[in-house]
Design a protein around this ligand. Structure first.
Ligand code: SF4
Ligand code: SF4
Length: 150
C-alpha cells in the first residue's frame, strides 16, 4: 500500500507541473474551440434555420409586422453545440474563441436581429427581397397593415 503510494508520488514529481497558469495568464483556446456566438446582422436573411435546429430552443423567431422578422438569440441557454453555425446558409453565425462570458446583466447574452422581409401575395408568408432595390419597391408598393393588396 505504502509502496504503491510512493510510486504514485514519484510519477507525479516526474511529470512536473501540468496545470495551466490561467487565469493569472491569458489562455488561448484550441483551433476548433466553440465559444460565444457572433451574429453578422448584415448577412442574416431571416430564414429561421438556426432556430429550427437549436436543441435548447434559445433562438426565437417572431414576425411583429408583415415586413419585419425578428430573430432573437438568448445565449444564456446556449450549449455551444454550433448546430446553428453549421446550418446557417449565409454564414451569418460564427463561434468565436471567447469563453469568459460570466456577466451580471442578461442583456449581455442577448442578440436581436431585425430583418426587412417581403410578403408573398399568394400565401402571405415572409421572404427576403433579393436586392436592396427590390426592398425599396416592395416598401413603396405595400399598403398599410390590415389593408388588402391591390
Ligand atoms: S450553439 Fe447550439 S445551443 Fe447555442 S444557439 Fe446555436 S444551436 Fe443553439
Ligand atoms: S442567422 Fe442564418 S440560419 Fe438564422 S435566420 Fe439568419 S440566415 Fe437563417
Amino acid at each position: 500500500m505504502i509502496i504503491s503510494k510512493l510510486k504514485e508520488a514519484l510519477i507525479c514529481f516526474k511529470a512536473g507541473r501540468v496545470t495551466l497558469p490561467y487565469p493569472f495568464q491569458p489562455h488561448e483556446p484550441e483551433g476548433d474551440f466553440r465559444g460565444q456566438l457572433v451574429v453578422d446582422v448584415e448577412k442574416c436573411v431571416g430564414c429561421g434555420g438556426c432556430a429550427e435546429v437549436c436543441p435548447p430552443r434559445c433562438i426565437e423567431i417572431s414576425d411583429p409586422s408583415h415586413d419585419k422578422r425578428v430573430i432573437e438569440f438568448f445565449l444564456e441557454r446556449c450549449t455551444y453545440c454550433a448546430r446553428c453555425v453549421e446550418v446557417c446558409p449565409e454564414d451569418a453565425i460564427t463561434a468565436s474563441k471567447e469563453y469568459e462570458t460570466a456577466t451580471n446583466d442578461r442583456n449581455d447574452m442577448h442578440i436581436r436581429v431585425e430583418v426587412f422581409m417581403s410578403t408573398c401575395r399568394r400565401c402571405g408568408r415572409c421572404y427576403e427581397p433579393p436586392t436592396p432595390l427590390d426592398r425599396l419597391t416592395v416598401t413603396g408598393f405595400r399598403p398599410p397593415v390590415g389593408e388588402e393588396q391591390p
